[in-house]
Write a protein that binds this ligand. Structure first.
Ligand code: UGA
Length: 440
């Protein structure tokens, strides 16, 4: 089927390329001319495992076309996936400007061409519950636009795993009041029907599934982080606690890793948006607000562990080795990265911060350029040597587990702060290293 994708960010690009992989003919459109230029030169603006290879393959085969002209993009098909950003405004509300712009363009195109052809508008951008309905009543009025079929089809892609997640999704949620929309989406996703559950709902429920899922996962993280503080106090090991809890299938073991808390472009923004939607509907959101508060406090809790271990005077002469600035492994994304926040907190009180970051280095250099005591290692793996007094680990890269434990002995103070609880405390202890994690 011919499909036009509006917005070539994470969601749009992965969706477009993966839809091409299952046999569809894709037109990608973006208002950002620099992005279009980059895509036309066979490059992609993000790092996402497997994406570049698939993108090049389908570009070459002409299964993916890139349109900078919105008219051409609209002309190219009658199935429009809206994947534009919905960035957060200062009050937590998502900014729907780009979504409204694309919707109005589609409406104008249909009006100008007096087009009667069936048009399908698939809302993939993360939008507050009620948005699909609102578009239907305000822009695509049902009595005027009988041939426009609208619906929500949220994405559940993890950055760093997005291609895999798209090609192996556990569920595909389709929320619409139009039977024709549901049938069309079922056709689009038909190659996945064997492995994925197709869950059909009304639009509002579909929108709520997206927010509910992200907020629930964020809740698991904040929950275990709260328990980790008690574990610190009473002398437990939060990793063993989480493992024990996760053995109950009703609880599940995933997303129970205590640490510095969640970052990225999704959980922080979506929990804020959900809290905003609750308050807009005059319902107190006690759980969501606590999840947000606990997450914001977690980096301060960790920062205080550093202040408990070293006096401010001592820190002034310390050279710190800092591992990981990406908000999670295998992505170059540093949006809402806890590592970046921590460096901003720590760099003013230490002599020097040297960072090792394997993937998000370029973005991190830009983000931290104002801090004049921050440096980056140029090596492919972290170099631990006697130039550093102590170390902080802030991103759970599997490569950090491969560092030989005796290497940590080279740190002058022999102190390691593990913000993701991934290093082996006992092995470090055996090597004479003081280990400071979270909740253990
Ligand atoms: C998240 C969801 O997992 C996806 O299902 C969803 O589609 C996506 O948001 C989205 O809305 O687009 P993502 O933001 O890529 O995906 O990252 P996650 O893997 O969920 O991790 C988020 C953060 O939580 C990271 O900073 C990670 O380090 C942290 N985390 C994760 C923990 O602190 N503990 C855990 O146990 C798990």
């Amino acid at each position: 089927m011919r499909i036009t994708i509006f917005g070539t960010g994470y969601v749009g690009l992965v969706t477009g390329v993966c839809l091409a992989e299952i046999g569809h003919s894709i037109h990608l459109h973006d208002i950002d001319q620099a992005k279009i230029k980059l895509l036309k030169s066979k490059k992609i603006p993000i790092y996402e495992p497997g994406l570049l290879k698939l993108f090049k393959k389908h570009l070459k085969a002409k299964n993916v076309q890139i349109d900078s002209d919105p008219y051409k993009a609209l002309q190219a098909s009658s199935i429009y996936f809206i994947c534009v950003g919905t960035p957060q405004l200062s009050n937590g509300k998502p900014n729907l400007k780009y979504l409204l712009d694309v919707s109005n363009n589609i409406k104008d195109y249909i009006d100008q061409n007096r087009s009667n052809r069936k048009t399908f508008i698939v809302l993939k951008s993360t939008i507050p519950p009620g948005t699909t309905k609102e578009l239907q009543t305000k822009i695509f009025k049902e009595d005027t636009y009988k041939n426009i079929h609208l619906g929500s089809n949220p994405e559940f892609l993890r950055e760093g795993n997005a291609v895999y997640d798209f090609m192996n999704s556990e569920r595909i949620v389709i929320g619409s009041d139009s039977a024709e929309f549901i049938r069309t989406l079922q056709r689009i996703y038909s190659p996945f029907t064997k492995k994925s559950k197709i869950h059909v709902t009304d639009p509002q429920s579909s929108e709520l599934i997206k927010y509910g899922s992200n907020a629930f996962l964020a809740t698991k993280i904040s929950f275990i982080n709260e328990i980790s503080k008690l574990s610190d106090k009473v002398g437990g090991n939060i990793d063993l606690v989480a493992q024990g809890m996760g053995m109950d299938a009703r609880i599940g073991s995933e997303f129970l890793n205590a640490g510095l808390g969640y970052g990225g472009s999704c959980f922080p923004k979506d929990t804020q948006a959900l809290a905003y939607t609750f308050s807009k509907n005059k319902i107190p959101s006690k759980i969501i607000q606590s999840v947000i508060d606990i997450n914001n406090e977690q980096k301060i809790y960790f920062f205080n562990k550093i202040l408990d271990r070293f006096s401010k005077k001592e820190l002034k002469s310390k050279s710190l080795l800092f591992l990981g600035t990406a908000f999670k492994p295998h992505t170059d994304d540093i949006r809402e990265s806890v590592g970046i926040s921590l460096i901003n907190m720590i760099s003013p009180i230490v002599k020097r911060v040297t960072i090792f970051e394997p993937i998000a280095k370029e973005n991190s250099i830009n983000a931290l350029s104002k801090l004049n005591n921050v440096r980056f290692q140029k090596t492919r793996t972290p170099s631990i040597n006697k130039n550093y007094d102590f170390m902080i680990l802030a991103t759970e890269y599997p490569m950090f587990l491969k560092i030989p434990y005796q290497n940590f002995k080279k740190l002058k103070d022999k102190v390691v702060f593990d913000g993701r609880n991934i290093l082996n405390k006992d092995k470090l202890k055996k090597n004479g290293i003081e280990y400071i994690g979270i909740g253990k």
